[in-house]
Design a protein around this ligand. Structure first.
Ligand code: ZN
Length: 365
């Protein structure tokens, strides 16, 4: 994320702070100073820093649980609205999804309970009084952690509770139906929250809009997956495409870009085996600072995955959702390229299936 400052690294995960978070701190210190002088400014700032430290620990709850299942998280970024962990992928197994989702709120619950036990004097009623200035700093921190655990368990995307609900439903109903039901419940919760917000808490309205949009996104995703059900890669792939030879020049790649409507060009060897992928963006950025006689293969990206024509599209759909993967190669038994599976091709298949769910595509492999 732009404007993020790295502050440290834990295991394989880099912790970053977004500049807006520092602005939030400055604003809180400034407004507390205005009301209660230097002591109040220090107290308020320290409190917010401690809360966000707990938010980072919450994210590491998710990160460490995900790591147990082989999912890595390169960065976690602290924003004024909370922490964002950039996991490589979400667990697809419902049991793993449940464990990863619960691990975050569990961290806050543990911190809250440890603080309550350590302080010993906290009354249960005080745990709802985060903004009570008569409460000690640690007392308020305990209250904040219990609030964080409860808030994150609201059963609506993108809250952890939404994931918990989805995992529990998926164990009984299977993925697509679980996503649809969880998304509906999330939207209902969002409407309820927004309604409550009308009675005096504008922050709730803001959160409600956020939750509603996220739930709608999940529902959309589920509808797409539903539309692709039963289709093979061979039916959805692009078959008319121009490959670029491994010994082609940048100039020839530019010619191919102009001659076709294609945005992704597989680079192939003499046996039609794909060795890399050149996207429109790759070609444009190469042209900026290189001559036309340079080899086009110097600018290709590697690590693009191959799939087989007979594979179900559903099983490879997830891999194309990553914005960094522009396309997948479709290869035959000799590893020669026979097609290209792009996001654009999938979007068209989804479009046709959404107006004619029973439409059969020609088997092309
Ligand atoms: Zn969480």
């Amino acid at each position: 994320m732009l404007w993020s400052i790295p502050v440290g690294r834990f295991g394989a995960t880099e912790v970053k702070i977004h500049i807006t978070f520092l602005l939030l701190l400055a604003w809180i210190a400034f407004s507390a100073w205005g009301q209660g002088g230097a002591a109040a400014a220090l107290d308020s700032t320290l409190f917010i820093v401690l809360i966000f430290a707990c938010v980072v620990l919450h994210e590491f709850g998710h990160i460490l649980a995900a790591r147990r299942y082989g999912i890595h998280t390169p960065t976690v970024t602290l924003l004024p609205i909370g922490g964002v962990a950039s996991m490589e992928r979400l667990p697809t197994n419902p049991r793993q999804e449940l464990v990863v989702a619960l691990a975050g709120p569990a961290v806050n619950l543990v911190i809250g309970l440890v603080l309550v036990l350590a302080l010993g004097t906290l009354r249960p009623a005080e745990l709802t009084q985060i903004d009570n200035p008569n409460l000690s700093l640690l007392g308020r921190l305990a209250a904040a952690n219990i609030f964080l655990a409860a808030f994150n368990l609201i059963p609506a995307f993108p809250m952890d509770g939404g994931r918990v609900l989805h995992a529990l439903l998926a164990m009984r109903l299977g993925g697509p139906l679980a996503t649809e039901i969880a998304a509906r419940i999330g939207q209902a919760f969002a409407l309820g929250l927004g309604f409550l917000g009308l009675f005096g808490n504008p922050l709730l309205i803001f959160i409600a809009i956020f939750v509603y949009i996220a739930a709608a996104g999940e529902a959309q995703m589920s509808a797409s997956q539903q539309a692709l059900k039963g289709l093979t890669v061979g039916e959805a792939m692009e078959t008319r495409f121009t490959p670029i030879g491994i010994d082609a020049t940048l100039s020839e790649a530019v010619d191919a870009l102009l001659a076709t409507a294609q945005h992704e060009f597989p680079v192939v060897d003499a046996f039609k085996k794909p060795v890399g992928l050149l996207t429109r963006e790759d070609i444009l950025s190469a042209v900026k600072s290189h001559g036309g006689e340079e080899p086009a293969s110097a600018f290709m990206r590697s690590g693009v995955e191959s799939v087989r024509p007979a594979q179900g599209v559903e099983t490879v759909f997830e891999r194309l959702q990553d914005p960094k993967s522009a396309a997948l190669y479709v290869t035959d038994a000799d590893n020669a390229i026979v097609g290209l599976l792009t996001r654009q091709a999938l979007a068209e298949v989804i479009l046709i299936r959404s107006v004619r769910p029973d439409w059969r595509f020609g088997r092309r492999a």
